[in-house]
Design a protein around this ligand. Sequence first.
Ligand SMILES: C[S@@+](CC[C@H](N)C(=O)[O-])C[C@H]1O[C@@H](n2cnc3c(N)ncnc32)[C@H](O)[C@@H]1O
Length: 287
Amino acid sequence: MATSHDYIELAFSLPPELIEPCLGLLSGEGIEYFQEEQNKLYAYLPDSLWSEEKKQDIMKTLAASFGSVPPFTLKHMADRNWNAEWEAHLQPIEISDRLLIVQQNKDRVPKPGQTVIEINPKMSFGTGYHATTRLMLRQIENIDLENKRILDIGTGTGVLAIACRKLGNNRPIRAVDNNDWAVENARENIKENLVENIRVDMLDAEDDLDAILEERYDLILANINRNVIDRILPAIKNKAPDCPVLLSGIMTYDESWLKKLLERLEYRIADTLYEDEWLSCLAAPSS
Ligand SMILES: C[S@@+](CC[C@H](N)C(=O)[O-])C[C@H]1O[C@@H](n2cnc3c(N)ncnc32)[C@H](O)[C@@H]1O
């Protein structure tokens, strides 16, 4: 679990078409925080999780897929500098005609009827700047949220839980993340958005799944990554066989792997949305 708030920044120089595939590979290696620019991918990993062994694992994964490791620089970043840099770049993000994500003290011009969510991200993932968050939010907009007990696994900034509440969910929501900074940030964003009855716990989806699934849920959200989903979905199906699961963090080239996993676990695919090289899939129990 991450406890340090200092980060390692890996800045890769890449042609634009390799940015998302590289992001997918790094996210499979447990890296959660990214910033994309043309020809550049910045990946951030808590200092506490960085080691020579981790570096070698990442290099091996990249070399195996790309033939060689793309050129990169490595830099140690103190949390305060990182936050200032990050926040300076953020602009409102229109998810759809129904949802707009804004940051504190930035201009916001919602369309009539548009729900506004304020997210001040710190180091947590979930600003709306990544396709997987946007896909999850668009799927959530299409789901009838009324009377559903919702679990948000890997909540990041808390954006999905907050969206569920603001889009009409009226039951207690539980959100978990294994990163202490994400937990703190989700709590702050919940407060800032004046939404209630969302409980955020620092729990690990793999180690603490039994505790997480002690209560019953009607909808589980999990925007994490292929590897974690691969490990937790069988246990989710086992403990909560009737509960639909909305997934993301999966790249389109892993769609056939996902279909096989869902078939094996007796889920049917109720809906799939795509953006860039990413997909989000609503898995519903087959029977
Ligand atoms: C891709 S971000 C998604 C954030 C947000 N839910 C969204 O949709 O934008 C994944 C989040 O999952 C968390 N995470 C990764 N592995 C986890 C695990 N094993 N247990 C709990 N949370 C985990 C990360 O800390 C990160 O906040």
